[in-house]
Design a protein around this ligand. Structure first.
Ligand SMILES: Cc1cc2nc3c(=O)[nH]c(=O)nc-3n(C[C@H](O)[C@H](O)[C@H](O)COP(=O)(O)OP(=O)(O)OC[C@H]3O[C@@H](n4cnc5c(N)ncnc54)[C@H](O)[C@@H]3O)c2cc1C
Length: 410
């Protein structure tokens, strides 16, 4: 367990949350974003993360529309996000021989600004590390709440007591399981799986991507950061629910090698890189639908409460959620019952709207038949034309901006 604490004296700006001690589970996007808001308001925040350190890398995530911009500006990280943006260009759907079928413009695929999830996490972590206690390599083991607080035991560290606990620990949230019940009640499987890993940039891509689909499976290779040697690969395939051990990496690799065997284009080279990688991401394409985000002093934030998977602007929703949660606590002077109820009301419909869009991510990449692949390409050829590209952009922005923000002192 690694503990990093460099607490400095906080000066609350407005709204009195300085009396609150808050435990946040998860240090990816939602957790550090909330820590940033609460620390600026003077709360005592501890973030516990099960990974041994801040997780780097990951796929590129994007922000779009005025709500994301307003929140990131208020959080003071808009400029830094731009300084680390990917500058990803267009992605091209290709045939088996590599010839282009349709170009997907950057504004369609990468929003207004795109950044690696790991870079975003690092920006927020660095902004908060002096004022927030980060505990890496540990996880909540049990939670017991009473009228005045929450007793928490940890897998590694000594038991502690907090005023509030926030589950920002992702799609497979530990906090949600402990307080709200088994994941099977909340996880909606969307008939596809996705894998991600780095590959050599043997296609010589320069901030562009290629998408190759066969019925029920797709391989995307993209060079997001201009690194001449490295690219990222995403493998998407249609499937019934699989039973596998999440820690059994060789077993997961076998599943993928089996599903993508015999595929054309550059896929054999991608599968060779898969065999060699030691940093493989693999998960179901799935969403989280809970009936409530709050249980007493415990609240869910980000993917833990309303995960939308790829294409659902989950990062933007997590950031807006964190901003609203911190802001409502400030407006309610730390009265968590009022604040949690307001947060839940304000974020629920917004998150649902974004989830609706992401339901199509699997079929978009891996249409089930050759005919559907061709009609997808036809449709996107039309959508990518200039006037319609603007319309498409407005359509995706509609969900990303469908929330009225209050004035918050954070
Ligand atoms: C392939 C793919 C592509 C995506 N593309 C986009 C995109 O283009 N745009 C977009 O906006 N979103 C995208 N998303 C979604 C986006 O990644 C998530 O919505 C976002 O990361 C949510 O952040 P989070 O902090 O809520 O959860 P996560 O990022 O999942 O972080 C959860 C954190 O909790 C930690 N944790 C887990 N269990 C425990 C435990 N027991 N104790 C302590 N810590 C724990 C994890 O290690 C992790 O650090 C994509 C997702 C996928 C899978």
């Amino acid at each position: 367990m690694t503990k990093q604490t460099k607490r400095t004296q906080q000066t609350p700006q407005n709204g009195s949350v300085a009396h609150l001690s808050v435990l946040v589970s998860g240090a990816s996007v939602a957790g550090p974003a909330l820590a940033l808001g609460l620390a600026r308001l003077g709360a005592r925040v501890t973030v516990v993360e099960k990974a041994p350190g801040l997780r780097g890398g990951g796929f590129a995530v994007d922000f779009r529309g005025h709500v994301h911009r307003t929140v990131l500006t208020a959080m003071g990280i808009w400029d830094e996000i731009h300084a680390h943006q990917t500058h990803m260009g267009r992605q091209t759907v290709v045939d088996a021989d590599g010839s282009p079928r349709v170009d997907l413009p950057a504004e369609m695929m990468s929003g207004d600004v795109e950044i690696f999830r790991g870079d975003l996490a690092r920006i927020m972590y660095e902004r908060t590390r002096d004022d927030v206690e980060y505990v890496f390599g540990d996880s909540i083991a049990s939670l017991a709440q009473d009228a005045d607080g929450v007793d928490v035991t940890f897998e590694q560290g000594a038991p502690r007591r907090f005023d509030l606990v926030v589950g920002a620990d992702g799609l497979h949230s530990n906090t949600r399981r402990l307080v709200f019940g088994d994941e099977s009640r909340y996880l909606r499987f969307l008939d596809h799986y996705v894998a991600g890993f780095d590959v050599p940039n043997h296609l010589g891509l320069d901030r562009t991507g290629r998408v190759y689909s066969e019925p029920g499976r797709a391989v995307v290779v993209g060079n997001y950061d201009g690194d001449p040697d490295r690219a990222g690969a995403l493998l998407v395939f249609r499937s019934g629910e699989l039973s596998y051990d999440r820690r059994d990496v060789p077993g997961i690799k076998r599943i993928l090698l089996d599903r993508f065997a015999g595929m054309g284009w550059e896929v054999p080279a991608v599968l060779k890189a898969l065999e060699e990688t030691d940093a493989l991401y693999f998960d179901a394409i799935a969403q989280i639908h809970v009936d409530r985000l709050v249980e007493g002093r415990v609240v869910l934030l980000g993917d833990a409460g309303y995960g939308a998977t790829m294409g659902g602007m989950g990062t933007g929703v997590a950031i807006v959620g964190a901003y609203v949660l911190a802001g409502e606590l400030a407006l309610a002077d730390g009265d968590f019952r009022t604040a949690f109820a307001e947060y839940e009301t304000r974020i629920r419909d917004f998150a649902k709207g974004c989830q609706k869009i992401s339901g199509n991510a699997g079929p978009f990449f891996a249409p089930p038949t050759e005919r559907r692949i061709r009609s997808r390409d036809r449709m996107y050829r039309i959508l990518a034309s200039r006037p319609l590209a603007r319309f498409f952009k407005r359509l995706t922005e509609k969900a990303a901006t469908d929330i009225r923000l209050r004035e918050y002192p954070c």
